[in-house]
Design a protein around this ligand. Structure first.
Ligand code: HPA
Ligand code: ZN
Length: 325
């Protein structure tokens, strides 16, 4: 399938960690500028470290690289780079995750992260022809008390945030632990999403829905193991933001041929395609679409439905969605 055709399909990207968009050469440029020492000799060595066994082995590298982010401009710059690349691959709307705890734990104030990202988000329409918003994610392996603290520290920036999410090491950190934090987020008027069913069991997807009130499930591929859950997700049309390249690189699935995306689509799930951490997993959202077309044989009709689903899964209002379709 023609790559220009794939990139021309309008898309919304809903599962994208902005810290996962730092390309190796960009990481070293920022490290040099900020006097930060990275545990790799250079961009090539860092790129070579991008061979992962599972989610944790990826997260270890991902958190180490965040050390290069020191100033507001650094945050603005990574978001700008992402928007430029995403726009070239057909992204017209992006709801972006960021992990404030990965910055505050290094002594970088949450204001630096939020204001830096906001400078790019607020200009994305004018500069890149795409709308965007910010979703603050809690690192589930650091527990609910810390999540609560970070949420309260974000209250002065409430107008700059569209929602909250839950990410990082999944197994052993069930969503239900964060029930109180998500209830507080809802009270603050924030939308709610959660990573569940990536490495964790279907039970975590149930908990994300019932304990957290998650309006979208990030990944959710393991939902296929539970017929009752599958039936509910189809009936309620709960959006699942699926990330094929990520699933292959983190060994959630063996390869794109084995990826269940087509089965999910045929089961009637509201699935979309997203890039997760594109600098680490081999490509941006258009690259994921192209990979599915080339390797898993998805046809133009399937790609169009997946792209339309991304708008139906977004937090855009009905009228704005309709204008994209
Ligand atoms: N899963 C969980 N946490 C993450 C991911 C992911 O795919 N990417 C960045 N943080
Ligand atoms: Zn993710």
């Amino acid at each position: 399938m023609d790559r220009a055709f794939i990139d021309a399909i309008p898309k919304a990207e809903l599962h994208l960690h902005i810290e996962g968009t730092i390309e190796p050469d960009h990481a070293f440029r920022m490290a040099d500028r900020n006097g930060v020492e990275l545990p790799w000799a250079g961009a090539r060595e860092l790129a070579e470290a991008y061979a992962f066994d599972d989610l944790q082995s990826f997260l270890d590298v991902y958190y180490a690289v965040t050390a290069v982010l020191q100033t507001r401009d650094d945050f603005t710059e990574i978001a700008e780079s992402y928007f430029a690349r995403a726009a070239r691959q057909g992204v017209r709307h992006a709801e972006i995750f960021f992990d404030p705890q990965s910055h505050t734990s290094r002594g970088v104030d949450i204001a630096v992260a939020i204001e830096g990202l906001w400078a790019a988000v607020s200009a994305s329409s004018e500069r890149h022809g795409l709308t965007s918003s910010l979703i603050l994610c809690f690192l589930r392996d650091r527990g609910a008390a810390e999540a609560s603290t970070i949420l309260e520290s974000a209250v002065p920036f409430l107008d700059l945030l569209s929602g909250v999410g839950l990410d990082s090491a999944e197994v052993g950190h069930p969503p239900a632990e964060f029930e109180g934090v998500f209830a507080r987020a809802a009270e603050l008027g924030l939308r709610r999403v959660a990573h569940a069913g990536e490495e964790g069991p279907p039970e975590y997807v149930w908990q994300a829905l019932d304990a957290l009130g998650a309006e979208r499930i990030d990944h959710g591929v393991r939902s296929l193991e539970d017929p009752r859950l599958l039936e509910r997700l189809v009936r309620e049309q709960v959006p699942l933001t699926v990330c094929p390249f990520s699933n292959v690189r983190l060994k959630v699935v063996s390869d794109l041929v084995e990826h269940p995306i087509e089965r999910m689509l045929h089961a009637g799930l509201l699935v979309s395609i997203n890039s997760d951490d594109p600098a680490y997993f081999g490509g941006y959202v258009g690259d994921n679409f192209a990979g599915l077309a080339q390797e898993a044989g998805l046809d133009a009709g399937a790609l169009r439905v997946l792209a339309e689903n991304s708008f139906h899964s977004s937090f855009l209002d009905e009228d704005t969605r309709a204008r994209h379709l």
